[in-house]
Design a protein. Structure first.
Length: 84
């Protein structure tokens, strides 16, 4: 019984850690970026293209330079993304 509880708690812990992991906007592919709130396929493609054209993002707020991403979308993304 103790083993089952331990395994369930371990699985829960690993799931929570994965869910809380921020997405690196400098390395994520289009598919991963599209999963972010308020992004989708078109904005994800725009992020990838912007990164190719202008280099890495220095901070999450740099996403405002990407066509289609405004302050409201950025507000949803700030806690979900990283540039490290």
């Amino acid at each position: 019984m103790k083993k089952i509880v331990f395994l369930l708690l371990t699985a829960l812990f690993l799931t929570v850690n994965v869910a809380l992991a921020a997405i690196n906007i400098n390395t994520a592919d289009k598919t991963t970026l599209a999963e972010l709130p308020g992004i989708g396929d078109k904005k994800a493609a725009a992020i990838v293209q912007y990164r190719k054209d202008h280099g890495e993002f220095q901070k999450a707020e740099d996403l405002l330079a990407v066509k289609g991403i405004g302050p409201k979308v950025l507000e949803k993304l700030v806690k979900e993304v990283t540039v490290k």
